[in-house]
Design a protein. Structure first.
Length: 226
């Protein structure tokens, strides 16, 4: 996005944002700092908008304050928010290469803007800082599988008692291989057990339609076949 059209498109959201922040967005300003021992206590003024601070300032002339009040009387915060949203979408489309040089006009009754507030979060904000980029699904391991050498033995222990919890299975494995595993690996074993249970449930529900290579306790399969 470059050229005159880009300059015009970028100036519109800044103009609407400037008015909204200065006239409708209050903020805290620090009043004093007091050191108490090793700590510093901060006290703040009551939250005010920049416009309110100017109106209450004795160094601002009455003529300037009158102009500020006139501008504030003509502004509508919802109209400004609607303008910010429209111009953000306009800039986003230009950045994507769409040849759109005029953003959509304002909605006089703001009904469309208000109706869209409840569902705006579904698509996220236009600004990339407010919407996380989708991450690709990870199909690789970030560290070696600590249970790979004893996978078959682990499956046999579980097949002998399918009601075992992950902690019980882990303790049985630690008794069979003292000193080889530590408590930090319990979550890895629980994730593997959750996957085995899902595979078993799928076979019991769908039967022959699922081609699974994992061994399953014979008594469970027999119960499902009756």
């Amino acid at each position: 996005m470059e050229g005159h059209d880009a300059i015009v498109a970028l100036s519109r959201p800044y103009a609407a944002t400037r008015l909204f922040v200065n006239f409708f967005q209050p903020s805290f300003k620090i009043k004093e700092k007091v050191r108490v021992g090793a700590r510093i206590q901060k006290r703040y003024h009551d939250p005010e908008t920049p416009c309110q601070r100017l109106l209450s300032s004795p160094v601002i002339s009455e003529q300037t304050k009158l102009r500020l009040r006139e501008v504030a009387a003509r502004l509508d915060p919802l109209q400004l928010l609607g303008e910010i949203r429209r111009t953000q979408h306009h800039v986003a489309k230009l950045a994507q290469g769409n040849q759109i040089h005029t953003p959509a006009g304002a909605d006089d009754d703001l009904s469309g803007f208000l109706a869209g507030l409840a569902t705006a979060w579904h698509v996220g904000e236009v600004r990339p800082t407010h919407a996380a980029r989708p991450q690709p699904a990870r199909h690789w391991r970030t560290r070696p599988d600590p249970f790979a050498p004893v996978s078959s033995e682990l499956r046999r222990i579980w097949d002998a008692d399918l009601d075992q919890a992950g902690l019980e299975l882990f303790e049985a494995l630690c008794r069979a291989h003292p000193g080889e595993f530590h408590s930090g690996q319990l979550r890895t074993l629980q994730r593997r057990l959750r996957r085995w249970r899902a595979e078993l449930t799928q076979r019991l529900v769908f039967g022959s339609f699922v081609d699974s290579q994992q061994p399953v306790a014979g008594n469970i399969i027999n119960e499902a076949g009756r």
